[in-house]
Design a protein around this ligand. Structure first.
Ligand SMILES: NC(=O)c1ccc[n+]([C@@H]2O[C@H](COP(=O)([O-])OP(=O)(O)OC[C@H]3O[C@@H](n4cnc5c(N)ncnc54)[C@H](O)[C@@H]3O)[C@@H](O)[C@H]2O)c1
Length: 315
């Protein structure tokens, strides 16, 4: 296996590379591709190479994707609030770069398994209580629109036999380590993570807003499962709603109090931000994941277990 991970310096890229190396002895190389240098040394294993490149440039992509490439995990993106603020940058990175990557694969080797990281943000509008894989995409943000267009491209490139591509729609990942970022959902992790570091944090949405989340470990497991999936079982549209679980800021904060006592939760403020709330509230709150579970994807148990896992990795 010769693997490329775009967005390799990002949160999921780094974690994915570690998990792939643990799981597959047949890996020859992993190229971690990113515009910025990683904050930690990701290339400690001699199978891993870090490449600084801008995937919006076709000449740079041509240097990276070669006849030897077997798998691409396309994770590079401009996250939701950032893509909303900077429309041109979102279109360039979230849309144009995906098209360039697919085109390069088509010309180099149509057998490349290409995993595109999409998002819940492709949904919006009047959603049913529970969505499933047949629910129409009606994004309410530029980020969601860019992801939705890419899903259609991924599907068509696969249908034509140009690339062995599929898209996975990630739930909001929680609890994400590190610091807040420009994702509209950033608060979902920071209302727990920052108080645990004795830092202030704000919950910008209604405390009872239903959120559809998955732990970092479960998302990585599912992304890897997608890269190994027998696609003949998909019958048609090559998009997968990765399983998640429903929670709310209230339930998450209650778990935090149960685990760590009240003082940490007193560092949380509740100042509404209508821009953030309007984006996050437009996403699905619950899903029927029967089909995905049948396909072998996995789901988290509950938020208490997610919190425990996070505490084990940070302590
Ligand atoms: N984290 C979540 O909750 C979540 C939820 C749904 C979907 N996703 C999707 O999963 C993927 C990975 O998310 P993440 O949380 O690791 O994001 P991240 O922001 O940590 O990483 C994205 C990386 O892409 C890189 N990048 C941006 N523009 C680039 C360019 N032109 N060339 C090369 N690299 C570039 C960035 O430098 C960054 O390191 C993204 O596609 C995101 O949209 C994430």
């Amino acid at each position: 296996m010769n693997i490329i991970i775009t967005g390799g310096a990002g949160f999921l890229g780094a974690k994915l590379s570690e998990s792939l190396l643990l799981q597959f002895s047949e890996i020859n190389s992993i190229k971690l591709v990113d515009r910025v240098q990683p904050s930690i040394n990701l290339a400690a294993n001699d199978k891993v190479q870090f490449i600084t490149a801008d995937i919006t440039k076709s000449e740079e992509i041509a240097q990276i994707i070669t006849e030897q490439t077997t798998h691409i995990f396309h994770l590079a993106a401009i996250v939701s609030s950032h893509a909303e603020e900077d429309f041109e940058l979102g279109m360039l990175v979230n849309l144009k770069a995906t098209e360039l990557l697919l085109e390069r694969c088509r010309h180099v080797n149509p057998k490349i398994r290409f995993i595109f990281s999409s998002s819940l943000a492709v949904f919006g509008g009047e959603l049913p209580e529970k969505i499933d894989y047949m629910t129409a995409m009606q994004p309410s943000s530029s980020y969601g629109t860019q992801k939705a267009i890419c899903e259609l491209l991924v599907n068509d490139y696969a249908r034509k036999g140009f690339v062995d591509a599929l898209s996975v729609r990630l739930p909001t990942i929680c609890i994400r380590p590190g610091s807040p970022n420009k994702a509209a959902s950033s608060f979902v992790s920071s209302i727990i993570r920052e108080p645990l570091k004795h830092e202030q944090s704000n919950c910008p949405v209604d405390i009872d807003l239903a959120l559809w989340i998955s732990s970092p470990n479960n998302v990585i497991k599912n992304i890897i499962h997608a890269s190994q999936l027998n696609t003949s079982s998909l019958k048609g549209f090559r998009t997968i709603n990765l399983p998640g679980l429903q929670t709310s800021p209230r339930e998450m904060i209650a778990c935090l109090i149960k685990k760590n006592g009240k003082p940490a939760s007193e560092l949380i403020s509740y100042e509404k931000d209508i821009n953030i709330e309007s984006i996050v509230a437009s996403w699905p709150k619950s899903m029927n994941n029967e089909r995905e579970l049948e396909l072998g994807f996995s789901k988290d148990n509950n938020f208490t277990v997610i919190l425990k896992e996070f505490l084990n990795t940070t302590n």
